[in-house]
Design a binder for this molecule. Structure first.
Ligand code: SAH
Length: 604
């Protein structure tokens, strides 16, 4: 299941920007996009309104435009093709009084419009038929509910709209969301709420409630095919509707079991987990308690116990433990089950980078990962770089230098089943946290850490932005060297300096000089002067994309080390790199081929 990209609040004027900020406080993870030159206070500035809206729409961002509906309609009209996949699009009048869902009414736009109306004190102008009559949309039932025969939904709705009253039979679940429906025992249509796999009568709308949970257990590396077959066969044999399954549940040591996640994904539901103590508490209700299982996992049952724990105290076992060669499965029935409140999910760690400074160099995948995370771990100022997108999340600020503690903390949180983002500046894998995480995972066989899922997202590294600001100095073979000897012995660094200089690499220096550490960059300059022309261009880039940014291009012989600090990245060109002037400023580039340069210089 994909993750919804962050909501985009689009403002084209300064007052619109203020309203967007107000709405943003009530929509965690939403980002304010402001028209450059008009809206100063925004998270992301844009210049081309049409292209920006189309790109956001194409990428599935819910769009809230604080502008005339016509702007959104005209801009997006060429992009409309599939009403089942389009994200919500909402127009809001600049005074916040009218909130009009234009697209995706049944994909969250109506709900979002109502939320915004509460924030602005305005009116949500809902125009979808079901919504505007009884607050009900059969084609967008609440999470977990499924219409078995959706083609009938339109007819039932049309009947209700013209004054008809259906009858309702509730076999399972609590359909609170249908409360306002006018009912009549003798109605022409029947609405049946059932978790059984039945064929609806011609005059029947069959709705499956989220009332079933499937508990599973299996041996390590049981194939997804075997567990999947066991679960689907069990449901079929007992006449239960797979659409009513709210979650696949198991014991926490199975949180990284591929077969468990495969069947959850197949059914389109979350996989959730309980620890042994929670499962053991269900022992009195088990039909097949087992001492052998207790000796293995610390609870007298896994599949039955997990299903019962998920179904809650009022829930009941409807299918006792069934087995295949390497897997077990049981089914329990509860009332309306909200999978997100059942046990806990598999912990997730996203390792992300902010880019060098402001948000313009942050990749969208990072924003998405941050929007999804519950906990953010990082050096305080790096978390600050994320701006308002971190509203509503738990911050875990660490001091500079406490890198191992930061990684450990992030792994521990994910190990507890939380969704965590570990934040570095620049790229998280370049002299940053990603490596430490993998070192810890490799060196310490902590079972809770081994069970989490991990994503690493790339970021724009300081070296890349420095290069882009200066032109194209990394155009030929290059390397990066950190001049900090805190983690690497100085003789090793010296050896690499010499090797890079001799091999004629363009080199980017990170951590070049601190208040206490001066000599390394001087040594580096001298080593390179011994192997390259004195006029080799050097880029000294300070505070990139941050307040006080400066980018200078000087010759190697003129490099003043005093101008360099820990927020500087230094790039030394190779023997072919050139400096040139254009548009009243200097640029540096490294030709891609030596031959080409030679031809130009000699005139051949
Ligand atoms: N992961 C980071 C690097 C962390 S090491 C990245 O990919 O950029 C820290 C060093 O990165 C600093 O000492 C400096 O050399 C460089 N650096 C990070 N941010 C910078 C910025 N905004 N401007 C200039 N240099 C920066």
């Amino acid at each position: 299941m994909g993750v919804t990209p962050p909501i985009a609040l689009i403002s084209l004027t300064a007052p619109g920007g203020e309203l967007a900020r107000h709405i943003q406080c009530g929509l965690p993870g939403a980002l304010v996009h402001g028209l450059s030159g008009r809206v100063d206070d925004c998270d992301i500035a844009f210049t081309d309104t049409g292209a920006t809206l189309q790109a956001l729409f194409r990428d599935g961002h819910p769009i809230i435009g604080i502008c005339a509906a016509g702007i959104l309609i005209r801009t997006l009209s060429t992009s409309l093709s599939d009403k089942h996949t389009e994200p919500p699009v909402i127009a809001i009048s600049p005074d916040g009084s009218s909130i009009v869902p234009l697209l995706g009414g049944h994909h969250g736009a109506n709900r979002l419009a109502r939320d915004i109306a509460r924030l602005t004190g305005g009116n949500a102008a809902l125009t979808t038929a079901g919504e505007s009559i009884h607050g009900i949309a059969f084609d967008e039932p609440p999470t977990g509910w499924t219409i078995a025969n959706p083609t009938r939904a339109k007819d039932v709705m049309a009947d209700i709209l013209s004054g008809g009253k259906p009858s309702m039979v509730i076999e399972a679940g609590e359909p609170d969301w249908l409360e306002s429906l006018p009912l009549d025992h003798d109605g022409a249509w029947m609405i049946r709420i059932s978790d059984r796999a039945i064929t609806p009568n011609p005059n029947e709308l069959l709705i499956h409630p989220p009332t079933l949970v499937v508990g599973v257990g299996c041996e390590r590396d049981c194939t997804p095919g075997e567990l999947g077959e066991l679960v689907t066969q069990t449901l079929t044999n007992s006449g239960l509707a797979p659409q009513s399954v709210a979650a696949i549940v198991s014991i926490d040591v199975k949180a990284d079991e591929p077969a468990v996640h495969a069947i959850a994904q197949h059914l389109g539901v979350p996989a959730r987990f309980f620890d042994a103590a929670q499962l053991e508490a269900e022992t009195p209700r088990l039909e097949n308690p087992s001492d052998i299982v207790f000796r293995e996992v610390g609870a007298h049952g896994v599949s039955e116990a997990a299903a019962l724990a998920a179904a809650g105290p009022a829930g009941q076992l409807v299918v006792a433990k069934t087995k295949s060669r390497r897997a077990t499965c049981a089914v329990a029935r509860g009332t309306s089950i909200d999978a997100s409140r059942v046990g806990r999910g598999r912990g997730h760690l996203a390792i992300v980078g902010t880019g060098p400074g402001d948000k313009s160099h942050r990749i969208p995948a990072t924003d998405t990962a941050v929007a999804k995370a519950q906990d953010l771990v990082g050096y305080g100022p790096y978390l600050d770089l994320l701006g308002p997108s971190i509203a509503g999340k738990t911050r875990h600020d660490f001091d500079l230098g406490a890198e191992i503690d930061r990684c450990r903390h992030a792994l521990n949180l994910a190990g507890q089943g939380r969704d965590v983002a570990l934040v570095s500046s620049g790229d998280p894998g370049v002299f940053a946290m990603a490596t430490l995480v993998f070192e810890l995972l490799d060196q310490e066989a902590r079972p809770d850490w081994q069970r989490i899922s991990i994503d690493v997202h790339p970021g724009v590294s300081a070296m890349q932005l420095a290069a882009a600001r200066a032109g194209a100095p990394l155009g030929h073979d290059f390397c990066a060297i950190s001049l900090s000897d805190l983690l690497t012995p100085w003789p090793t660094i010296q050896g690499r300096l010499k090797a890079a200089a001799e091999a004629d690499f363009v080199v980017a220096f990170y951590n070049p000089r601190s208040r206490k550490r001066h000599h390394q960059i001087e040594t580096a300059r001298d080593v390179f002067l011994a192997h390259r022309p004195a006029d080799t261009p050097v880029i000294v880039a300070r505070n990139l994309a941050r307040k006080g940014e400066s980018v200078e291009i000087v010759s190697l012989a003129e490099l003043q080390v005093e101008s360099i600090d820990m927020l500087t990245v230094v790039i030394i060109g190779n023997s072919q790199s050139r400096q040139m002037a254009m548009g009243g400023r200097s640029w540096a580039y490294t030709p891609r081929g030596y031959a080409h340069k030679h031809t130009k210089e000699t005139g051949n």
